[in-house]
Design a protein. Structure first.
Length: 95
């Protein structure tokens, strides 16, 4: 890497870090200004979001994988049955 490219990358990373720190400070200020019941509701909502969303995504991926595997076996079975019937028709003639 050239020095200019690395400097540009480092500047971009500093900007990202600065934006993240700024967002965290704003979030901390917002939480500090909230009453306790609102903080409790936000914590419960965040906990539900953090636990339910990954579970839903994992189950979706799992069921899609199962669907693809079962579908592959079904297509293979249908192809095998079709080839058997085609061989039978050629051997004994269609009726």
């Amino acid at each position: 890497m050239k020095n200019t490219t690395f400097r540009e990358f480092a500047d971009a990373m500093e900007d990202v870090a600065r934006d993240i720190v700024r967002a965290c400070r704003r979030g901390a200020d917002a939480i500090a200004a909230m009453p306790w019941p609102a903080v409790l509701a936000c914590c419960i909502g965040l906990a539900l979001l953090v636990t339910i969303l990954p579970l839903a995504l994992c189950l979706f991926v799992l069921f899609m994988a199962v669907k693809l595997v079962v579908g592959a076996f079904a297509v293979d079975h249908r192809r095998t049955v079709r080839e058997r019937h085609a061989g039978y028709d050629e051997q004994y003639g269609k009726q």
